[in-house]
Design a protein around this ligand. Structure first.
Ligand code: NI
Length: 180
């Protein structure tokens, strides 16, 4: 297994659409395992392939709380079959938008069909945090970030802050190289 680099916003690669996986073969399963390891290491509760620069419809999720037994879900071509009319606000964050959190309102319960790491079709019903994370990760597959669900003003403040941070860390790296 290997750790992958997570792309940080703003970045045009996070705005692209991912394409479906034809079948989950050994290399897809390897990518899923690497994504899962990267997500646990971050640490995070979900990760989508476009966040590691792979434009495929793949997400990994584990919403088990600290101390609980891991419950990894690796999903290719996830598809929402049904969503509840009832919605709920939930505070969201994203490994591609470090240290930024905002309330996002989404359907409270969903039914999702996907291909697992063995290329088997599965259907699950999710609610609470799991439903939030699956919907958040599926957004990444069409180039949508959680900040696209909030007001334009809040979004631009967050993206400006992230841009500034990127410049700072780039110049810090440069200085470290120059003084090495
Ligand atoms: Ni995210």
């Amino acid at each position: 297994m290997a750790l992958l680099d997570i792309i940080v916003a703003p970045d045009p690669r996070l705005k692209k659409h991912a394409v479906p996986v034809e079948r989950v073969d050994a290399s897809t399963a390897k990518l899923m395992a690497d994504m899962l390891e990267t997500m646990y290491e971050a640490p995070g509760v979900g990760l989508a392939a476009p966040q590691v620069g792979v434009l495929k419809r793949i997400i990994v999720v584990d919403t088990v709380r600290e101390g609980g037994a891991p419950q990894p879900r690796m999903m290719a071509n996830p598809e929402i079959l049904w969503a509840s009319e009832e919605t709920k606000p939930h505070e969201e964050g994203c490994l591609s938008l470090p240290d930024e959190y905002e309330m996002v309102t989404r359907p409270d319960r969903i039914k999702v069909r996907y291909l697992d790491e063995k290329n088997e079709t599965r259907t699950i019903e999710a609610d609470g945090l799991l439903a939030v994370v699956i919907q958040h990760e599926m957004d990444h597959l069409k180039g949508v970030l959680f900040v696209d669900h909030i007001s334009g003003l809040k979004r631009s403040i967050i993206l400006r802050r992230l841009t500034k941070q990127k410049k700072l860390s780039k110049s810090a790296r440069r200085h470290a190289l120059e003084s090495a």
